[in-house]
Design a protein around this ligand. Structure first.
Ligand SMILES: [Fe+2]
Ligand SMILES: [Fe+2]
Length: 273
């Protein structure tokens, strides 16, 4: 069973835990009854966000609503998921894409293609869904000249075409009062500057490649495509791209995150090992 804030959530385990069995899918095709076909698991509670991976088969009914008090966003983890956000035309998002519904923007989420369309929602722990039933107001095209951060739809492919895969790069793709999401591309062998954060849990989604984490004194582990890694405040973390392929990870932190670097002799030592 996957635990919330597990150090390392394996993608295949997550897909298996919230996916439909072949029997359930056969019954769905026979009856067209989607009752009970959506399953979820809470992945992260970091003091700012509640994140949960939600799996539904394509065609599952949607429940359009809006939130008056926070920006909600999603990382697509499997299949294709269609979104109507605010007054914008429908977008279709796939693996590694980030979708944002700014505060007050109605969102209608339709599992679009695949037996298992997985989105990881990141929102408030106590968010409510009381504001429902509004129709799509009007249809505007997505502006073509938008750039990060905070695009309605940040496609992974757009980011890799924008920066290429030949150099190390990072770009902030989401930034609000609660979160900064940095998309980081690293070449094989590349490491971060090991550090720790005094008052903030950090977590990552791996979109590409193989990445080794060394957390405090724990033994190293390698996370791959689709995996989620969580590190509590106070633990040092060293992150290295391993294998032959470059890696892409999304680092989710507070916008005003404090870093204490291990190679800085004047910096305090991490309190947790
Ligand atoms: Fe929502
Ligand atoms: Fe960090």
């Amino acid at each position: 069973m996957i635990q919330t804030n597990q150090r390392h959530i394996d993608y295949r385990e997550l897909c298996a835990e919230i996916g439909q069995s072949p029997e359930q899918l056969a019954r769905l095709r026979e009856t067209g009854d989607y009752a009970g076909t959506t399953k979820s698991v809470k992945t992260v509670l970091d003091g700012r966000n509640r994140a949960a991976a939600i799996s539904s088969p394509a065609g599952a009914p949607s429940d359009p609503h809006l939130h008056a008090d926070f920006h909600e966003w999603w990382i697509i983890m499997a299949g294709e998921v269609a979104y109507e956000i605010g007054e914008y035309e429908q977008i279709v998002a796939s693996f590694g894409d980030i979708v944002l519904a700014p505060c007050g923007y109605r969102h209608d989420i339709k599992p679009h293609k695949g037996d298992q369309c997985i989105r990881m929602v990141v929102g408030l722990e106590d968010s409510n869904h009381d504001l429902k039933g509004l129709p799509h107001p009007r249809t505007l095209p997505i502006p073509e000249d938008w750039e990060p951060p905070n695009m309605i739809h940040t496609r992974l492919e757009y980011m890799t075409e924008r920066h290429g895969l030949e150099t190390n790069w990072g770009e902030v793709v989401l930034l609000d009062q609660r979160n900064r999401v940095n998309m980081i591309h690293s070449l094989p062998g590349q490491s971060n500057r090991p550090h720790w954060h005094p008052d903030m849990d950090e977590w990552w989604f791996v979109a590409k490649g193989q990445i080794e984490w060394k957390v405090g004194d724990e033994g190293p582990f390698v996370a791959g495509r689709g995996d989620i890694v969580f590190v509590e405040a106070g633990y040092s973390h060293e992150i290295t791209t391993v294998g032959d392929e470059s890696s892409i990870r999304y680092a989710v932190t507070a916008p005003d995150v404090v870093h204490h670097f291990l190679d800085d002799p004047d910096a305090p030592r991490p309190p947790r090992v």
